[in-house]
Design a protein around this ligand. Structure first.
Ligand code: THU
Length: 170
């Protein structure tokens, strides 16, 4: 049993969620996934101006340099001057299963949207089905990354005896 998508939770209107559903699937077609053959598409909507900004995964012959779709979209948003977004939609080609953001992407999403939500989207269903909650699911960023490291952690008081010779051992 699926329940209808809670658009208020995502802080998007119905036309906006339709755009997000389309955009994440459309950008997935541009994935550069020549090594894994695993395409991922992500689309976010900016809090201000309501722009849809997308990203796909971009792999590299030096595998570890691969950039995931979510991080590609977020870097694009930040580069365009947007640091706040209402929700990010993520999709892959895997049928019947949600592609959840990897650990690095969870950390990246939480940097900008710790209170936000991710919209997970399976491929191949109709927009109306997604809106009814079939093949689409909302997950809280806080549940994807519980007890995550946050920008605030950088400013916590430090142990006084910390000194350079303790941390650098030649
Ligand atoms: N990938 C993403 O783009 N997002 C994720 O959250 C999971 C993994 C990509 C990275 C790589 O190009 C491919 O999927 C297989 O790991």
């Amino acid at each position: 049993m699926s329940t209808a998508l809670d658009l208020a939770l995502l802080r998007v209107s119905e036309p906006e969620v339709r755009q997000l559903l389309q955009a994440c699937q459309e950008v997935k077609k541009r994935a550069y996934s020549v090594y894994s053959n695993f395409r991922v598409g992500a689309a976010l909507i900016t809090e201000r101006d309501r722009h849809i900004i997308t990203g796909c995964n971009v792999e590299n012959a030096s595998y570890g340099l691969t950039v995931c779709a979510e991080r590609a979209a977020i870097c694009q948003a930040v580069s365009r001057g947007y640091r706040e977004f209402s929700c990010i939609a993520v999709t892959s080609d895997v049928q019947g299963v949600y592609c959840t953001p990897c650990g690095a992407c969870r950390q990246f999403i939480a940097e900008f949207s710790p209170e936000g939500y991710v919209l997970l989207v399976q491929p191949g269903l109709s927009e109306d089905e997604y809106l009814k909650g079939k093949g689409a699911q909302i997950v809280a960023v806080s549940s994807l990354l519980p007890s995550g490291f946050t920008p605030a952690d950088l400013h916590l008081p430090k142990h006084k005896e910390q000194d350079v010779t303790e941390t650098i051992q030649l």
